[in-house]
Design a protein around this ligand. Sequence first.
Ligand SMILES: [Zn+2]
Length: 383
Amino acid sequence: MVTRRDFTTGLAAGAAATALPLSSQAAPYRGPNVVLIRFGGGVRRYETIDEDGTYAPYTRKVLAKRGVLIPNMRIDKLEGGNTSHAEGTLNLLTGRYNAYRDAGSKFLQDRLEPTEPTLFEYLRHAYNIPSHEALLINGEDRPQEEFFTYGIHGHYGIDFRSEMLSLHRFKLYKFARILEDGGLAEEEWLAAEQQLSELLAKDAREIAPEQSAPIQRFWAKWREHYGDDGFRNPRGDRLLTELALWAIRDLKPRLMMVNYQDPDYVHWGNASHYTRAIAIIDDGIRQITEALDRDEHYRNNTVIVITPDCGRDANPLMSVPFQHHFNSGESRAVWALVLGRGVRQDRVFDREVDQTAIAATLAEVMGLRAERSEGDVLSGVFS
Ligand SMILES: [Zn+2]
């Protein structure tokens, strides 16, 4: 005889099974950790993964032996598509093209917000993961990238956002504390208030319910170590490495994206800024990888993907070389290196691969159903 209790239990179990993993919001996450490193600011294959041309010897000659190098990854040539930093980053995070819109800021251009769910949202929608374990690490002068923590897709959004570590977020924390602590002369108080409101105005969207308690504790420790003046902490992409190392030690993110950016300074300067920035990222990748290898939480249980946001032109006849905004073949030529748990070693993937495959493949690695992603899963990189 089937009792009512048996019946309802069976029904619930059946419903849960068919709707997994999206309905199981309380499910603990048991998959590998994922670290996605944007070799960003737009880089060409020649100065990064070409064995002769590389300024990233650790990535190309040491780390590539531990994984699968995909030298021929492409950004699709799309009507209306732009090959740039925010765009490429959102391609990586959503597994789609053109999945963004202008976030409508008066203060800076190039502020895109995702219109499709990001990997962070898929992850936190499917599993019980606190926001500080889904972490974006961003450069200090790119508040336009503050928008990547969540999209506006109806089923996902702010409830499933990531947290972000950036100097922008630190200053938000710092000025709020300075005002809270009080004890300032009126002039100082007004200056701090002014600073805080300027910072808040850079991101018209809600961070609400503001930075989580673990992130605030992280900033308290950072502030204690580096002080308030901003002169003691590392700058540029070295700052991102430092934030990533602190995050690995103190926050233990399950999914972390590090958005390196400094090769982009070539827009304003000469080629040596570009190649030096590549070498600094390469050293950051070494430090991050070594920290992951040392840490029990990450060792043998992490998948690392290193990939650029976009490429750069190689035409030496252009008056300003090294650009990337024109949808040229070179600006759409990227690559990826995948390594870690379950990934083959010392292989080169010889087929052409699309940039949208990164999100689809990482979703597969993490056991997520990235239902809006259009990319292919690169099952060939796994053993
Ligand atoms: Zn640029």
